[in-house]
Design a protein around this ligand. Structure first.
Ligand SMILES: Cc1ncc(COP(=O)(O)O)c(C=O)c1O
Length: 391
């Protein structure tokens, strides 16, 4: 008996359910148009919101970083892996975000896995939005704290959950700033008000809000003017900032504490110089060119208006993340395939990532898209949704 036989079974079941994931292979750099299977397609599947992933200044910075400082960090941060560059990046992110201090980790996912168990443990409680990202869910599990889920973006439900906690328990309220599958924004002011009634820590994961919401892309806390009321902000360098990494932003004391306690910092090698230098370049360019964020929003409004005129269901999205919800998983996959035939690369998402009856294709708008790209995408949606809906 093959002890790995379950892998074959799993694959067979996933295929039968139409839920088999694949990894499309790009034959070009990331950007508003990409080459896949020898065709150039309009790319509406990436999180490259500001067009930084293949920006010349970031490329040059990465190359110079590797050339001067080498290819690897060689150790974890607390042993021998912290270069001046890491600290410079952390200061620059702190200045940009308007916080006292930040700590950079290998990815946004890692940041959540690291920070949540550092803040709460077995005797504590986490109150988490039911639609939070997988990395938050996994961070909660690792912490061994009791996890209570509140109804999506619902401050009353949050209050109800908090009421059921013991006054002695340390409480962590955690939410995505922008939800990655629906593109809606968390009602942070109301969530903060409720959390304050119970003395809870407030943590916001801005993976999809960094570079997108707030003045100069500073994120959802800045968008709502809540600098004094959100205690822990998570951000990523891997999406709008065109590079790789995650950061935790907050007070100096929080950073100092996390340096002692965050396991991925203590037990996994630091970022290589090329990645750090590309990230620093992204913050520099963004500070010089905040209009990139405005352009992202112009493109977002244009694209969403186009889809609305077609009568498509974009759910509760109010950000560049634009789901077109079709319900059935097979229909969503067929729509994605048809869009690709028409020259648009837009991926489908089905259960378990989204509820069973809410499969969708998820279109991501970038500041780097031209009007022509967006018009081609809207036209393709018009044709493909009609053809896929037809019996
Ligand atoms: C809300 C949220 N947090 C964290 C992450 C992970 O970020 P990274 O890609 O930098 O690991 C994602 C990625 O999709 C996300 O949507």
């Amino acid at each position: 008996m093959d002890p790995l036989a379950f892998t074959e079974t799993h694959l067979r079941d996933s295929r039968a359910r139409g839920a088999l994931r694949s990894m499309p292979v790009l034959q070009s750099a990331q950007g508003p148009r990409v080459r896949i299977e020898n065709r150039t397609l309009v790319n509406m599947s990436s999180n490259d919101y500001l067009g930084f992933a293949n920006d010349q200044e970031l490329r040059d910075a990465a190359a110079a970083g590797a050339s001067q400082w080498g290819s690897g960090a060689g150790a974890v941060r607390t042993i021998a892996g912290t270069f001046e560059l890491h600290e410079a990046l952390e200061h620059e992110i702190a200045t940009w975000k308007g916080v006292e201090a930040t700590l950079v980790l290998q990815s946004g996912f890692t940041a959540n896995l690291g920070v949540i168990p550092a803040l709460v443990g077995r005797d504590d409680v986490i109150i988490s939005d039911e639609l939070n990202h997988a990395s938050i869910i996994d961070g909660c599990r690792l912490s061994r704290a009791t996890v209570r889920r509140y109804a999506h973006a619902d401050p009353d439900s949050l209050r109800e959950q908090l009421r059921q906690c013991s006054p002695d328990q340390r409480k962590l309220v955690v939410t995505d700033g922008v939800f990655s599958m629906d593109g809606d924004i968390a009602p942070l002011p109301d969530l903060c008000t409720v959390a304050e009634e119970f003395g809870a820590i407030v943590m916001v994961d801005d993976a999809h809000a960094s570079g997108v919401l707030g003045h100069g892309g500073r994120g959802s806390t800045d968008h709502f003017g809540l600098h004094e009321r959100v205690h822990v902000q998570i951000g990523t360098l891997s999406k709008a900032l065109g590079s790789m990494g995650g950061y935790i932003a907050g007070s100096q004391a929080l950073r100092d504490y996390l340096v002692q306690t965050v396991r991925p910092l203590l037990f996994s090698t630091a970022h290589p110089p090329a990645v750090i230098e590309a990230s620093r370049a992204a913050i520099r360019v963004l500070s010089r060119q905040p209009e990139r964020v405005e352009h992202l929003w112009e493109n977002t409004r244009y694209f969403k208006t186009g889809l609305e005129k077609l009568g498509l269901d974009t759910g509760r999205s109010s950000t560049p993340i634009t789901p077109v919800i079709v319900g059935d998983a097979r229909k969503a996959h067929a729509l994605s395939d048809h869009l690709r035939e028409l020259g648009i690369f837009v991926q489908s998402v089905a259960f378990p990532t989204v509820p069973k009856d809410a499969a969708r294709v998820r279109a991501m708008v970038s500041a780097a898209h031209t009007r022509d790209d967006l018009d081609r995408a809207i036209d393709a949606f018009s044709v493909a949704t009609r053809n896929v809906a037809a019996p």
